[in-house]
Design a protein around this ligand. Structure first.
Ligand code: ADP
Ligand code: MG
Length: 240
């Protein structure tokens, strides 16, 4: 689904991505772990061109995204993204937040978009919040809404950048449950997280990034139980 070749990214003199190569297949749940500053977010943001790579290529469903001829807005609609911060519009109700992109970008009929929104809200157990405003919701609820908002565009892949890092501990579980449900439904997912339990349980592949490179990838069992790179052991001893 996504093919990444020789991806490089610098910010000024700071060399953040130093040649990333990987393929993400349909249905995979790829969990990216690694120390702070290793380039995880930059890598994720390069997958949908929120950051433009300096070198290399990202090919999504056969289309090279970092190409002048690529209509990136159109491609990006197929790539849902969920951030640490929920970024819901505070002056809009939950259902208005959810149907905004489908009605504006995809020109979906408003009633139809609302029907879909309610279905998705049911799935995450928040159908009673359709007419609430974001500030009436807890952090965990807001993040579940942010996931629903991304899903409302019927994406082919979901990118998550530390979706539970800003949450109070008691709300982490409810968001991870929604993500597990998505994985079970067959969604292709790329997830940056420090939740090692989630990685062990859900990932089809774990990628360890350090200093701008993927230094190891494999099944959760490979990476957690038998890491080849000593830096993984050091990292895991700090986060587990
Ligand atoms: P991670 O998500 O693994 O913590 P990031 O990809 O956020 O790492 O950041 C990698 C490095 O790039 C860090 O040193 C960070 O300060 C730097 N960086 C990230 N985004 C920018 C930016 N927009 N401008 C300048 N430096 C950045
Ligand atoms: Mg980050």
């Amino acid at each position: 689904m996504i093919k990444v070749s020789n991806l490089h990214k610098k910010f000024g003199k700071l060399n953040v991505l130093k040649g990333i190569n990987t393929n993400i297949e349909k249905g995979e749940i790829v969990v990216i772990i690694g120390p702070s500053g290793s380039g995880k977010s930059t890598f994720l943001r390069c997958l949908n061109m929120l950051e433009e790579p300096d070198q290399g290529e990202v090919i999504f469903q056969g289309i090279k995204l970092n190409d002048k001829k690529c209509n990136i807005d159109q491609q990006r609609q197929k790539m849902g993204m969920v951030f640490q911060q929920f970024n819901l519009f505070p002056h809009m109700t939950i259902v208005e937040n959810i149907i905004l992109a489908p009605t504006k970008l995809k020109k979906e009929n408003e009633d139809e978009a609302k029907r879909k929104a309610v279905q998705l809200l049911k799935k995450v157990g928040l159908e009673d919040k359709a007419d609430s405003y974001p500030n009436q919701l807890s952090g965990g609820q807001k993040q579940r809404i942010a996931i629903v908002r991304a899903l409302a565009m019927s994406p082919e892949v979901m990118l998550f950048d530390e979706p539970t890092s800003a949450l109070d501990p008691e709300m982490v579980g409810e968001v991870l449950e929604v993500m597990k449900g998505l994985a079970k439904d067959g969604m292709t997912m790329v997830v940056v997280t420090h939740e090692m339990g989630f990685a062990k349980e859900v990932a089809t592949r774990v990628m360890f990034m350090d200093q701008g490179l993927i230094v190891e990838e494999g099944t959760p069992k490979d990476v957690f139980d038998n890491p080849q790179n000593p830096r993984i052991k050091e990292f895991l001893s700090k986060v587990l």
